[in-house]
Design a protein around this ligand. Structure first.
Ligand SMILES: [Zn+2]
Length: 508
């Protein structure tokens, strides 16, 4: 007998699959393949097997999906088994699909969803075996990207590499337009040609402020899990996930178009992951900060506008939009991608934490925060280690040489003041000395700043004064004293190093 079922799908280990290599072509290929299977192929596969009218999509993006299916249980189970095989075949065993099925009726949506999630979780725990067995006979070569069993010699952008079947398939997809296609279309409508760079080097070469410097921007939605739990109907779930997915894509494409114009014929950026509430973009260091701030603003505006037309969500969100948090890892072109990625992840977490502690937060709202770090200044691979050992001075009171993370309005002003500093014509060497001054310690830092300050022209002094004043670092240059209620100093921080770090990427 035919009945209605709720089918949910998930692809575990996406980040290992997509980011487990240091090559741009493989990363974007893996991401493109996943996107295609997830957003387009899953629904059409189900429709082909069960009939168009039997499949109603709730959502299918960001590596997950939800469908309402009308079918016989046995037919649905067979179909799901084949769908799993399809995912494994298309990715040569690189991707594993897991599913959860539950009885469905419109009235019991929330309950069905909970049941399906329990089934999904069971499957995730049961079958956590790696799909391909790895043989090491000694005669065979290892895949240069993942150490799997080699399969073929690959040639991309003048580099020959021995690769396994999984990685070779990623390259195959990486040469296609993938996630770039929709951005390309956006640019075409604006009358701009959007040629995509082939390698990380081609992106770093196009950094106009400091050649060879790049950045990885990692963003994801705030308070999404909490919001999703409040949704009680299929229509609301569909509306919610469509709104989030559309808004993050539109915001990304528009912000890329505005902030990453072509340099030497190519756009200095690549989209590595986009959809659901996730965004990962690798770009030239000079474009990263303006791009990130722009994306955050646009996402909030778009979701606010779209949700304002829906009484359920506008009430729940009290008329506000949704927000994202952002981590930006700056580095050099040759910084291993795995380091950039783990730092961006760490920075995103720290930004989220700051947002959740902000006094503007609400039950389903946390303001956007941004954290960033330049890895080439330090030798630690963890951001927190660099901050502990290089950016924290111990005296009678702790002195923090940074004020990161920043709220979105603060980050906007930080960028404006950093730009003003470079545009005021303060020589680069002097700006660098300013940036280094806080690390001389509480007293010597002040003396060095005063020395540099008095030697600067009157017009430039005004720019510096304004910048430091905005972040409460002028009265006791370059420090901001954090005091308790009695007026006792707890610690001191400074904006100066953060600002000069950023200024280094503003010079044209
Ligand atoms: Zn491989």
């Amino acid at each position: 007998m035919e009945k209605q079922y709720l089918l949910i799908i998930d692809v575990p280990g996406i980040k290992d699959y997509v980011f487990g290599t240091d090559r741009l072509v493989e990363i974007r290929g893996a991401s493109a393949l996943l996107d295609k299977l997830n957003r387009k192929k899953t629904e059409s596969f189900l429709q082909n097997k069960l009939g168009d009218s039997a499949v109603k999509r709730v959502f299918s993006n960001g590596g997950a999906g939800q469908f309402v299916i009308t079918a016989k249980k046995a037919d649905l189970e067979n179909c799901v088994r084949e769908l799993k095989g399809f995912f494994a075949k298309k990715s040569k065993g690189g991707l594993r699909l897991i599913c959860g099925i539950a009885d469905f009726s419109e009235e019991n949506y929330a309950e069905a969803l909970t049941h399906a999630h329990i089934e999904l979780k069971k499957e995730k725990e049961e079958e956590s075996i790696i799909p391909c067995t790895q043989l090491h006979t000694g005669y065979l070569q290892e895949c240069k990207s993942c150490s799997g069993m080699a399969f073929k010699l690959d040639d991309y952008a003048g580099e020959k590499r021995v690769l396994c079947a999984v990685c070779a398939e990623k390259v195959e997809y990486g040469t296609k337009r993938g996630l770039w296609k929709e951005f390309d279309k956006h640019c075409e409508e604006k009358g701009m040609e959007a040629e995509r760079p082939r390698t990380f080097e081609e992106i770093g070469d196009r950094c106009r402020a400091r050649k060879g410097y790049t950045a990885l921007v990692y963003a994801d939605g705030n308070a999404m899990g909490k919001l999703v739990k409040k949704i009680g109907s299929r229509e609301h779930f569909k509306f919610f996930s469509d709104t989030v997915d559309d808004s993050i894509r539109e915001a990304c494409h528009e912000a890329l178009y505005e902030n990453c114009r072509p340099v030497q014929g190519k756009i200095p950026a690549n989209i590595l992951l986009l959809g659901g509430d996730d965004l990962l973009v690798y770009l030239s260091a000079d474009t990263a900060f303006p791009f990130a701030l722009d994306v955050a603003q646009r996402f909030e505006e778009k979701t606010e506008e779209k949700f304002s037309g829906n009484s359920f969500f506008s009430e729940l969100l009290q008329g506000k939009g949704l927000t994202i948090s952002l981590g930006i890892a700056y580095g050099k072109t040759h910084t291993p991608f795995s380091i950039m990625f783990s730092q961006a992840e760490e920075l995103l977490k720290s930004a989220k934490k700051a947002g959740s502690q902000d006094k503007m937060r609400g039950e389903y709202y946390a303001p956007t925060y941004i954290d960033f770090h330049l890895s080439s200044n330090y030798n630690q691979s963890k951001v927190s280690d660099s901050r502990k050992s290089h950016l924290l001075l111990h005296g009678t009171r702790p002195v923090k040489l940074y004020q990161k993370p920043y709220s979105l309005p603060d980050a906007c002003e930080l960028m404006d003041h950093a730009r003003n500093l470079t545009e005021a014509g303060i020589p680069n060497t002097r700006l660098k000395r300013f940036g280094y001054a806080p690390s001389l310690g509480k007293i010597n830092g002040t003396l060095e700043c005063l020395k540099l300050y008095t030697r600067t022209s009157k017009a430039q002094r005004k720019v510096i004064w304004k910048a430091l004043e905005r972040f409460e670092c002028m009265p006791n240059i370059p420090w901001k004293e954090i005091r308790d209620e009695k007026g006792e100093t707890l610690e001191a921080t400074t904006v100066l190093s953060d600002m000069t770090e950023l200024a280094g990427f503003m010079r044209k």
